[in-house]
Design a protein around this ligand. Structure first.
Ligand code: AMP
Ligand code: ZN
Length: 476
């Protein structure tokens, strides 16, 4: 079965075929590390993780690179305001970023290049652009000449009719009304040097523009042509448009074969944005008692090309859906083998579900359809189990199906990890409390047993009595 991906440049679904057989080169625009990410950013980062995992699931060797933007306008402003250097400002944000990625179950990238550690590659790329007549110097800065790059505007389909040659924009971020020559290198201001954001270059001391950072890091880490480049939809213009111009302007080769863009996470219908202050961070949600697995479920469950409106109701629904999967998984634990003398439908149901799951994911990573296939499987299998149609040996086929799907989704494994990360003292308390409850039950003191169960529930521990004895798990 072949994967098809929606490519923003051609505005079409394209069959995925990497440049080199079996190997995928994948670059994702990473965080701007002046402030912790919000869960909108995490939506995009988890989408990257989904792409990474699914390509590996399909058998590709994936070389996955995510950069850290650790020098640009907002970072310099932030460092100035905090009276520190850019490294001083970004170090704790970078640490927190990695912690959050781990907490949300994202697989690690092969490399996380930092812009400040790649300035040499940026200077070299700008030199190439100057040599090829795609860029020019002005007052110690260097600008990209968009009139010298005929393909400019192809990705974002921006209106070029009002562009006057030679008009320039120096800001890292600008809107479609500002289609102009953009800065590759910005002459150092006095303040830049003060915060450690000034480097030598043949055309004068300064610092790279935001867009050249990603072109240079992508080429340095993955080569001149890569397979996949991703980011949130806000990056189409100007960031990715400018990346294409810089990279292809310098190398004369195609830069990216598939452009993938994630629609925004909204709050009350407005984009969640660090600059708007309407953001929730992972830490906010964890403090409010929500689990990483439910948050991951919520952020992955909608298709990446539809907007997702964040609400606490949606988060509760995600948690309930996740719980259905976990309860089902629990039901598949081998009990005493049932005596079944007819063929069980489970292996066939599992085969069908796997095919449906893969078809959905192949269709531009359609997670909602893939989850629907899993829930159909849950329903059908539960019905078979209710009718005692499945011998214990066949439960393995069903468990295997869940495991397999979870290598892509990474949700059940994350929910399970919670037990492993519980504090050992707390774990010991849970075990002792459970033992006290068993003693109460043994002397038929059900009032005490219920009270103990309630105190466990208050601590976030759910106890379920099964024919094999009580089982417990952290609230999901
Ligand atoms: P930033 O740290 O602002 O550079 O953003 C990191 C990534 O998050 C980029 O790929 C952005 O496009 C993406 N992003 C920013 N806001 C949102 C949002 N509300 N929903 C989804 N992705 C977003
Ligand atoms: Zn980028």
């Amino acid at each position: 079965m072949t994967l098809r991906l929606y490519d923003t440049l051609s505005r079409s679904l394209k069959e995925f075929e990497p440049l080199e057989t079996g190997v995928v080169r994948f670059y994702a625009c990473g965080p701007t590390v002046y402030k912790p990410p919000h869960i909108g950013n995490q939506r995009t980062f988890l989408f990257n993780d989904l792409v990474h995992r699914y390509l590996e699931w399909k058998g590709y060797h994936v070389r996955f690179v995510m950069n850290l933007t650790d020098v640009e306008d907002k970072i310099i402003d932030g460092a100035l305001r905090a009276g520190t250097t850019i490294d001083g400002l970004t170090a704790p944000v970078i640490r927190g970023f990695f912690e959050e990625l781990r907490a949300l179950g994202a697989l690690e990238a092969d490399v996380y290049p930092r812009a400040t550690r790649h300035v040499d590659s940026m200077v070299a790329l700008i030199a190439r652009l100057l040599e090829r007549g795609q860029a020019y110097q002005a007052d110690g800065s260097v600008y990209f000449d968009i009139s010298a790059f005929p393909d400019y505007g192809r990705l974002s389909r921006v209106d070029l009719s009002a562009v006057r040659p030679g008009e320039r924009v120096a800001a890292d971020e600008y809107g479609k009304a500002d289609v102009r020559d953009f800065a590759l290198w910005k002459a150092a201001k006095e303040a830049d040097a003060r915060v450690g954001a000034a480097w030598p270059a043949p055309w004068g001391t300064g610092r790279p523009g935001w867009h050249i950072e990603c072109s240079a890091m992508s080429i340095a880490e993955l080569g001149e042509t890569i397979d996949i480049h991703s980011g949130g939809e806000d990056l189409v213009f100007p960031h990715h448009e400018d990346e294409i111009a810089q990279s292809e302007g310098a190398t004369g080769r195609p830069f990216v074969r598939y452009w993938l863009h994630v629609k925004h996470l909204l709050v009350d219908g407005t984009k969640m944005a660090k600059s708007l202050g309407n953001e929730y961070t992972l830490a906010d949600l964890l403090q409010a008692g929500h689990s990483p697995a439910a948050i991951r479920y919520l952020l992955l469950a909608a298709h990446y090309r539809s907007e997702l409106n964040f609400t606490f109701d949606a988060l509760h629904d995600a948690r309930a859906a996740l719980r259905r999967l976990l309860d089902f998984e629990e039901r598949l634990r081998p009990a005493a083998p049932a005596q079944v003398d007819h063929a069980s439908p489970l292996p066939q149901l599992a085969r069908r579900a796997r095919t449906a799951f893969e078809q959905a994911m192949d269709d531009d990573l359609n997670v909602p359809a893939a989850l629907a296939a899993l829930f159909t499987f849950v329903r059908e299998t539960n019905a078979a189990l209710d009718q005692h149609l499945a011998p214990a040996a066949d439960l393995a086929a069903a468990r295997q199906l869940l495991e397999d799907a979870d290598r892509v989704l990474g949700i059940l494994s994350l929910a399970r990890q919670r037990v492993a990360t519980l504090d050992p003292e707390f774990l010991a308390w849970v075990q002792q409390t459970l033992a006290r409850r068993e003693e109460a039950r043994a002397r038929r003191d059900f009032a005490s047993a219920d009270a103990i169960r309630a105190s466990l529930a208050a601590a976030g521990i759910v106890v379920e009595d099964t024919p094999q004895g009580p089982r417990w798990h952290p609230e999901r």
